[in-house]
Ligand binder design. Structure first.
Ligand code: GLN
Length: 462
């Protein structure tokens, strides 16, 4: 059973009103250290007291305990990306998003288990064993940010950070019955986030409700001189936007989100959520964007291609344990062969092939064309409607082991989340009821830089 959960807003308000800023942080750090659901990774507990002592007691996140995915740098803490190749690595600097949370009073209390280098949809591709879903421990929490999702769903912390490349926060949020918000690409600095596919990666929060997710994303968002792709557009009042209601908003139900192996229970909850939006005054229509059917194929060329280049830095010399070898080539081969798990190796092979002379035209360039088409078509659709809605995932949380040996079945878990990733659009997953005793998530996707409308709609569902 999960304990009654307090929102980050409630905690921060109490601390601003004079409550002990360390109480929740210490309790959360102790729970994280016990590693329930194998959702956590090593973290130097001493850092908690120092943070409590120096915490901003007047901040928007005063005294709020936060867990970080193990691919976010926090100076002096391990940063292992659930990979053997980063064993023993300690971050020498702090990610911009983490520094911004701390400046508002947040206290980092733990690090979470994940799919190795964020490649996966179930947190089973971790070098440290799979994380489990706190709502049903025979099931996966989703991935790749599954440990962070479990930390929030299991009541350890009200806020955890994950990272999104193709759905790694929205999908686990859906599987664990919480909120996951992926802002527009570039809204949050990538400085200090270990790169997977740089044209897609974005730090994204998990929260108990949309207002907390909005607040945390708002605190992290905004231009950062340390990330040249971070956006300069003003962020705005996302937390306040949640209360806007949906009267008069045009909601497009994505036709392509209706087939694609969607379970009947998932389809039913999504239909009820749409019905409720309509009763609240939204103007509902059905929208078809046929090119979104290309998204999964394009994603699984582009993301591995970028990963094969980004992961070249892990050469077995600069990070992790060094393999015994007598030549340089042998050192690379052994170090990378032993250091990377099977899914990461598969992606590096796929990506290297897709970029190789003679095949790049056939694969990488075609995938980029598909991406441009999907982006164009989604943006065109979002001129006719204000948001698009669909299930976040075709299924509820699947059983541990069910898809672990079948990469293609695993990739299908992302079929409805990758379109917004390729197009760089903001999208949120919000709980919309239960099917077979497990949570269902509704995905709301909006226009570039229009997180506010996405949050308005998601709040009306929750
Ligand atoms: N599940 C997708 C993948 O394996 C997405 C991962 C992510 O968003 N980091 O690539």
């Amino acid at each position: 059973m999960t304990p009654p959960a307090l929102t980050a807003r409630a905690m921060a308000a109490a601390v601003r009103g004079g409550a002990d800023p360390g109480a929740w942080a210490r309790a959360a750090a102790d729970r994280a250290a016990a590693n329930p659901w194998n959702a956590f990774r090593p973290f130097h507990r001493d850092a908690v007291e120092a943070q409590i002592a120096g915490a901003n007691r007047a901040g928007r996140l005063a005294g709020v305990p936060v867990v970080l995915k193990d691919n976010l740098a926090d100076e002096g803490q391990p940063c292992g990306c659930a990979s053997r190749i980063l064993e023993g690595y300690v971050a020498p600097y702090t990610a911009t998003c983490v520094a911004r949370l701390r400046a508002e009073g947040a206290i980092i209390v733990g690090r979470s288990n994940m799919d190795e280098f964020a490649m996966g949809s179930s947190t089973e591709n971790s070098a440290h064993g799979p994380a489990r879903n706190p709502l049903d421990e025979s099931r996966v929490p989703g991935g790749s940010s599954g440990g962070s999702a479990a930390a929030v769903a299991g009541g350890v912390v009200p806020i955890a950070l994950g990272s999104e490349t193709g759905g790694s926060v929205r999908q686990p949020a859906s599987f664990c019955g919480i909120v996951g918000l992926k802002p527009t690409y570039g809204r949050i600095s990538r400085h200090g986030l270990v790169a997977f596919a740089s044209s897609l990666d974005i730090v994204s929060p998990f929260a108990l409700d949309t207002r907390d997710a909005a607040l945390v994303a708002e605190v992290m968002a905004g231009h950062d001189p340390l990330d040249s792709t971070s956006l300069r557009e003003p962020v705005g009042d996302w937390e306040g936007a949640c209360d806007g209601g949906v009267s008069g908003l045009r909601v497009g139900v994505l036709a392509e989100g209706e087939g694609e192996g969607v379970e009947p229970g998932v389809a039913a909850r999504v239909a009820e959520a749409v019905e409720s939006l309509s009763r609240q005054g939204a103007i509902v229509s059905r929208v078809s964007i046929p090119s979104t059917r290309l998204a999964l194929a394009a994603y699984y060329v582009i993301a591995p291609a970028e990963a094969s280049s980004n992961l070249a830095r892990f050469d077995g010399l600069r990070y992790g344990p060094r393999a015994a070898a007598s030549t340089l080539a042998e050192l690379y081969l052994r170090g990378r062969g032993q250091g990377f798990g099977p899914e990461v190796q598969r992606r590096i092979l796929l990506g290297t092939f897709a970029l190789s002379a003679g095949w790049a035209e056939e694969y990488y360039v075609r995938a980029q064309r598909a991406r441009a088409r999907i982006t164009h078509d989604m943006e065109a659709a979002l001129r006719e409607v204000d948001v698009l809605v669909s299930p976040t995932s075709p299924t509820v949380a699947f059983k541990l082991g069910d898809r672990a040996m079948e990469p293609l079945a695993m990739y299908l878990a992302d079929i409805l989340t990758v379109p917004a990733s390729l197009a760089g659009l903001p999208a949120v997953s919000v709980p919309c009821g239960m099917s077979e005793g497990l949570p269902v998530g509704l995905q709301v996707t909006g226009r570039r830089n229009d997180e506010a409308t996405v949050l308005r709609v998601a709040t009306a569902v929750g």
